[in-house]
Design a protein around this ligand. Structure first.
Ligand code: ATP
Length: 137
């Protein structure tokens, strides 16, 4: 038994594949989805989607969105989604440093929620790419 997992963003389809198990950051907490799951609709938080096929794991950084689950399909509509291979680590590191600098300087007019979200997206990308420990001083 398998689930047809689709991960799509406004930029296009990021993954469409038959998988055995999916972990996703649902708003109320992380969920694990096996074939035969009850129908469910939920918002998603920033985090990682992890899909398992033949014991191999594929990881994606997502910046929130929605998930629709049926017994044999799972549709993730994400604001942004990148596979580990597609994550540009230098870009995420630069985004992290930029957001940290902005928050540290705290200049008048700084959009704190925007800078905080940018920092969280960058850290999530670095963690998904396995670079988190290199980013901590
Ligand atoms: P940046 O400041 O580097 O643009 P951001 O967090 O503001 O980062 P987003 O608005 O989340 O970027 O994403 C805009 C687009 O750029 C999306 O298509 C997203 O998938 C892509 N993207 C952002 N950062 C990266 C990255 N480090 N590696 C690969 N793609 C990225």
């Amino acid at each position: 038994m398998s689930i047809e997992l689709t991960i799509t963003t406004p930029e296009g389809v990021c993954l469409q594949d038959e998988v055995e198990f999916v972990e996703a950051p649902a708003a109320a907490g992380d969920i694990g989805v096996l074939p035969g799951h009850s129908p469910m609709l939920s918002p998603l938080r920033l985090g990682q989607v992890v899909a398992t096929v033949d014991g191999n794991v594929q990881r994606f950084a997502i910046s929130g969105g929605f998930v629709e689950i049926h017994p044999d399909t799972m549709l993730i509509l994400a604001d942004t989604a990148e596979s580990v291979e597609d994550i540009d680590v230098s870009r995420a590191q630069a985004a992290k440093e930029r957001a940290e600098r902005r928050l540290e300087e705290n200049s008048p007019g700084l959009d704190i929620p925007r800078a905080t979200s940018a920092l969280a997206r960058a850290i999530n990308r670095l963690e998904t790419a396995g670079e988190a420990c290199h980013s901590v001083q």
